[in-house]
Design a protein around this ligand. Structure first.
Ligand code: ADP
Ligand code: ASP
Ligand code: MG
Length: 439
């Protein structure tokens, strides 16, 4: 059995839904769907109005969104019977959203509102397949996808519940389920964070021991650089799990950063495929490495670097511990670290407690902060005995000021910190030198 996940653009219109239906019929797989593109953003906007106690603003967005869905229904279904069923489905979910315009609005209600996008898209797809004569069965994610008290998915619960649900439908041709949404440890509706449908797919894949997890999106696989920023990027055919995880963590939006771990732990290959071009080979992610090859570049925005310089650091045991403890006290993860005899530089992307952190660090040395920075991450099989890759990276960036360089934490990446204003030319220069044979 395979798990096939389709993102928002892949189900973004009636025509796209019809195209997806063709791709998913024929094999008894589990299909995970996101909300139709733009929907989750609209639900966030509705919630924002409700937090601000502006029900009129919320209703305006709700009505516009509902109208869009009624339009999709006319286009998607051909019989009156299914048009009617789909209208009832849409009405049910929008009536539910409207109930929140009348009362107190908290984080709890917001999670319920945000869940409606995936509930609608999967309901619509399931009805469409049924209209086409396919015996597809809707498996509600809220009945098996669950996080624990630490807000981490609970794999034992997920496996037990999901397998039971699948066993109840032995005659099903195909299963449809929602990405992104789940229940938390208290049984309340929750989600796996924005973009989290990829995570749903890999958790499901791990739970059923899938033969493969396919992430279908609007591009032909992982490109060797960010196609939104750089000219002439091309798809990478193979990635190791670690390489894919580094790229996802450092900004390659095609994959949610959490998606790789469950697949890697269970050694399930992940394939990235293009819904608009289904015959393209896409990217295969597995435990295979390609010796000595630089694969791709990604960039993570909104980074702040903090340098602590201390004359007393020389030979001082415990200095790094004290520095790291301050970040831990403020629940602020560190991304990059570089050290010298007299100081240490770190980067963070969560600035919530920056002032307190800087204040506390001043006990141990002179502190300076650089904001609006970007981590550029070069990924591949970069084991230290593969000579020359550092030279190629540094040569590519010879005209770009680099604030920090980090290598050796893993065999898979070199990270460099540059100013946000230098991001585009840094990424372009790396593509030109590493992949496009420009001197
Ligand atoms: P979905 O809605 O299917 O989850 P996303 O928008 O989350 O799709 O991810 C696909 C997008 O990721 C692409 O359209 C592309 O613009 C962007 N992207 C960023 N970096 C990369 C990369 N290195 N390779 C491929 N796509 C990338
Ligand atoms: N619909 C959710 C979002 O837009 C989850 C996802 O698409 O992965 O973030
Ligand atoms: Mg996505």
């Amino acid at each position: 059995m395979k798990v096939l996940k389709f993102g928002g653009t892949s189900v973004g219109s009636a025509q796209r839904m019809k195209d997806v239906a063709k791709l998913i019929t024929g094999e008894r797989n589990i299909v995970v769907l996101s909300a139709m593109s733009g929907t989750t953003n609209s639900l966030v906007e509705i919630s924002d109005y409700l937090y601000k106690k502006n029900p009129d603003g919320a209703n305006e967005v709700i009505n516009k969104l509902a109208q869009k869905y009624y339009g999709h229904i006319e286009e998607l279904y051909s019989t009156d019977e299914y048009k009617q069923k789909a209208k009832e489905l849409i009405k049910h979910h929008f009536d539910h959203i409207r109930t929140f315009t009348k009362d107190l609005f908290t984080l709890f209600e917001e999670k319920v509102v945000l869940a409606q996008g995936e509930l609608i898209s999967t309901g619509m797809m399931n009805l469409y397949l049924n209209e086409c004569g396919v015996n597809s069965v809707l498996i509600p994610a809220l009945d098996y996808m669950r996080t624990d008290k630490n807000a981490e998915p609970d794999p034992v619960y997920i496996k037990e519940k999901l397998i039971k649900l699948l066993d109840e439908h032995k005659d099903a041709d195909l299963f449809i389920t929602q990405g992104y949404i789940c229940r938390n440890a208290y049984g309340e509706i929750d989600n796996l964070q924005r973009g989290g449908s990829d995570y749903s797919a890999s958790l499901i894949g791990a739970a059923i021991g899938a033969e493969e997890i396919q992430i279908w999106t609007d591009i032909d696989g992982m490109h060797n650089n960010d196609p939104r920023v750089v000219e002439k990027t091309s798809p990478v055919r193979h990635l190791h799990f670690e390489e894919a995880a580094e790229l996802a963590y450092f900004g390659a939006k095609i994959l949610h950063p959490t998606c790789i771990l469950p697949a890697k732990l269970n050694n399930i290959p992940v394939r990235l495929l293009n819904t608009m071009q289904p015959e393209a080979p896409g990217t295969m992610i597995s435990n295979m490495t390609e010796k000595g090859k630089i694969k791709a570049v990604a960039a993570k925005d909104n980074i702040t670097s903090i340098k602590i310089k201390s004359g007393r650091m020389l030979l001082a045991t415990g200095f790094l511990r004290k520095v790291f403890e301050i970040f831990e006290n403020y629940q602020t993860p560190i991304d990059m670290v570089t050290t010298s005899e007299v100081g240490v530089s770190v980067t963070i992307d969560n600035r919530k407690h920056l002032d307190e952190i800087v204040d506390d660090l001043k006990k141990y040395g002179t502190v300076s902060v650089d904001e609006n920075m970007v981590i550029v991450c070069v990924v591949g099989d970069l084991e230290w005995d593969n000579v020359g890759f550092e030279a190629r990276i540094v040569q590519a960036l010879k005209d770009v000021p680099v604030r920090m360089i980090s290598y050796g934490g893993s065999n898979y990446n070199v990270s460099l910190l540059v100013k946000a204003s230098d991001k585009t030319r840094a990424l372009q220069a790396l593509s030109d030198h590493l992949f496009n044979n420009k001197a």
